[in-house]
Write a protein that binds this ligand. Structure first.
Ligand code: NAP
Length: 249
């Protein structure tokens, strides 16, 4: 996988932000990209744009918090391309912003379901498919909040810490069978996920990144691409922050 020519790739949450930039980059590298998202209309727009620039891409509507949807997504890859080489488990939400004691039970379950349980559902079927075709690479999108806390985001930070534990454990279980599994930890990235924040809050977030700005989706996509490709052949079970210095403070 020096480049991704003819490799079959699933990317969840690929209608927007980091997932969309990753789908665009992977399509440029020659992959058969399966874009999945809960947002069908934006998913179709993204798909059409990539097709217009010569990429091979299909859209499948998926709710990552539904196990049957994640199984169907893998089955689609196998039926269409005969194998699954790479999975990027990226879909996620910001979740309810409240101090822990004010966090609703529903809000807690929602963020854990979409940002953590979904990765168990996804990997369960992705790994089975990869075992049949001799290996693959799975990239799970965590966050800087996978290794530190953030006031107001107890559910989100718990889910993202969980993503790292799940990644490490799955890597221990399957690396000897040629499936590499890694996690990426973006700092704050300028995507629609941050749309609910006002300008003042965004300014405060910028100040937390020594590099002096928020990240771009394309910058994260480059790291995901490296982890998907054979250039990262010795990398497994690791967590890769990409955060403009956030965690170095
Ligand atoms: P984004 O622009 O909001 O894109 C996420 C996509 O996932 C959206 O299209 C969203 O659809 C979709 N989605 C939401 N719930 C879903 C579900 N149940 N099933 C399938 N798709 C679903 O967000 P992003 O910033 O690119 O975030 C991508 C990943 O990076 C997330 O895991 C996020 O936690 C992580 N991350 C982001 C940042 C950041 O600052 N942006 C930092 C660290 C980590 P809707 O728009 O309809 O919700």
């Amino acid at each position: 996988m020096e480049n991704l020519k003819n490799k079959t790739v699933i990317i969840t949450g690929a209608a927007s932000g980091i997932g969309k930039a990753t789908a665009e980059l992977f399509a440029q590298k020659g992959a058969n990209v399966i874009i999945s998202d809960i947002d069908e209309s934006e998913g179709i727009v993204t798909t059409k744009n990539i097709v217009a620039s010569g990429g091979k891409v299909t859209f499948i509507k998926t709710d990552v918090s539904i196990p049957e949807d994640m199984e169907a997504l893998v089955n689609f890859a196998i039926k269409t391309y005969g194998k699954l080489d790479v999975a990027v488990n990226n879909a996620g939400i910001g979740g309810e912003l409240n101090p822990l004691a004010d966090m609703s039970i529903e809000g807690w379950h929602k963020v854990i379901n979409i940002n953590l349980n979904s990765l168990f559902y996804g990997m369960k079927y992705q790994i089975r498919a990869m075992l049949k075709n001799g290996g693959g690479s799975i990239i799970n999108i965590s966050s800087i909040l996978g290794s530190v806390g953030f006031a107001g985001s107890s559910g989100y930070a718990s889910a993202k810490h969980g993503v790292i534990g799940l990644t490490q454990t799955a890597a221990l279980e399957y690396s000897s069978q040629n499936i590499r599994i890694n996690a990426v930890g973006p700092g704050f990235i300028d995507t629609p996920l941050l749309d609910s924040l006002d300008t003042e809050m965004k300014k405060q977030l910028v100040a937390l990144h020594p590099i002096g700005r928020l990240g771009k989706s394309e910058e994260v996509a480059e790291l995901i691409y490296w982890l998907a490709s054979d250039k990262s052949s010795f990398a497994t079970g690791s967590y890769y922050p990409i955060d403009g210095g956030y965690l170095a403070r």
